[in-house]
Design a protein. Sequence first.
Length: 703
Amino acid sequence: MSKESVMQDLNPQQKEALKHTDGPLLVLAGAGSGKTRVITHKYAYYVKNQKTSPESILTVTFTNKAAKEMKERIHALLGRELKQNWIGTLHSQCGRILRSEIKCLGYSPHFSIYDEDDRCNLIRHILREFKIYEALYKGVSSRINFLKSSLVGPEEFLASGDGFGFDEKLAKVYVRYQDELKRSNALDFDDLIMLTVRLFEGHQAILKKYQTLFSHILVDEFQDLNFAQYQFIRLLAKAHKNICAVGDDDQSIYRFRGADMRHILDFEKDFPGAKIVRLERNYRSTQNILDVSNAVISRNPDRRDKKLWTEKGRGEKVHFCWLNNEEEEARHIAKIVKELYLKGAYAYKDIGILYRVNLQSRAIEDALREMGLPYHIVGGISFYQRKEIKDIIAYARLVLNRGDNVSVRRIINCPPRGIGAATLAKVENEARKKSVCLYDTLKTCMRSNGIVTSTKDKICGFVGLIEKLSSASYDSTADLLRAIADKTGYTNLLDDERRENINELISSAEGKDIRDFIDKVSLLTNLDDPAGANHISLMTLHNAKGLEFPVVFVTGLEEGILPYFKANGNEEEVAEERRLFYVGMTRAEDLLLLTGARRRRLYSRIQDQEPSRFLRDMPKNYCQWIEKVAEPHPLRHRSDKKKPEVKKVKPLFSSGCRVKHPIWGIGVIRDCYGDGDDQKVMVNFPNIGLKRLSLRLANLTKI
């Protein structure tokens, strides 16, 4: 491949980014401006024109889907496959480093990787053990995620006192959780990054080894890096500073996960002398869509200025329709979708329907079903999160790592083999006393006099099965999974659909290395599953990041929905909501249709809704406004630029506090909605379950 062919089909700004090969480079890539093209062509330019070894170019992104696309494009540009490369997600690259170096941190290189489901199961187990309300597990998981992404381990958290939102119960759970992971020789997603940073900071020889190996670093979606991920990149780039960061501060929408937009705003401070290249030509959307999107996002403070333009032409105006309620909104959307399809203008797969919160999908799904329109939910239950798949994978993980306690708990009685909760509790206690893993304790129990013979036989059967699976040799992962399915008798209990899912898993594992396959499955997310064939795509605005559709609906343009009510009164959060809206709008290629409802059922109550403040930022000459309400709101005639005043009322209750109900007794609040007397709460009562209550009627007292 010649230098000219690498440069082919690039615009002047993309070429400018390609030619800068020495020193730090920040590419501010607006939505649809060809950032992936820059990264893949830059990689090919390094290899072909500068004779750089592919193994010396660390290339990281956030999703497996994006990494796969990058590899395919790079292979096409080079005209050959790269047998050895470092193209992948941040988590997979850190996992690969840890497989080689983690002995320095006291782990075995055969560690298991726990996904979010495994993590939550372990946290729930610990909460039960500590007699803390199990319903709090999601909040605990989120807090541990935040701490690890901030590089705050259990010891640092304990030492922080009142720092980092210190909570004694959380600290107790965090310490126990991390201890259980270490005992199981397992890492969660956040450990992959945190422990790699610890490895580099504590072992200078290892850091120097990888600084020398990676002469160039390419980072995709730079605005989405959290503190730990940024430290990983910064440490590697510190020696040679040949880092190319590609991102867009206007598309930073993961603040709740710890993503810090300041990394892209302060790039020149951290990498003095950095070159900045702006990609403003958009290859995706029409000019009307871009002008409306630019007008909205320009209202945000603290951003790097850029103005997207296109050669696609003006196109259709942006449509906004204000309707009576969410049912009419949903029927309006379904009707337009059907008309577009019947006219032959677009296939169902060309259409994306986006919403801020999942509860908005109910009315839309109902309307699509009524009209017989096919759809699928993006970000729903992943193939790899199905119970039967998780069970089979748990057997494989235990074969590879006997210390994997989460897998032992999952499969010890799956399929049922008569090892009850009481027996498992005894095993748990014994394992804690001796500070060993559950599997080793089970082997000891086989010789114990304290367990009845019938139970011993069942434990012997389970241990013997794992030992038999472990001692056999397998040509590929498919052979191991097939042996698990056959020897456990697991598939005999399944219906045809679930059995077929396992067959599909086995087929996908043909010819794959066992460790690599299990790691990849553990690192997959629900967004990595392939979309349905010819289906309308429904998803939250967060899940729409990185996708594009010829036709896009953004629904629920109302105060309290977009921007979300929890952002009110916080300018940084309102700015993030505006970026979220911007991301949704810029997914559209040809048609952008916005909707809102005057009334909407939210959290079991019908509420009057005001149009979103973001609508006021949209230039009306690029939009078509339609109102289908009994009492029209004068949207088109508004010139008021002030934000509506939001009445601030201190909430009566907050998540996590304990309350008493006159009938159901003591419970813990899981979530709160609304303000003052209108506040609604979701309470978990241990003996009753979850209840959604109105404070005006529930007669709750704080304890």
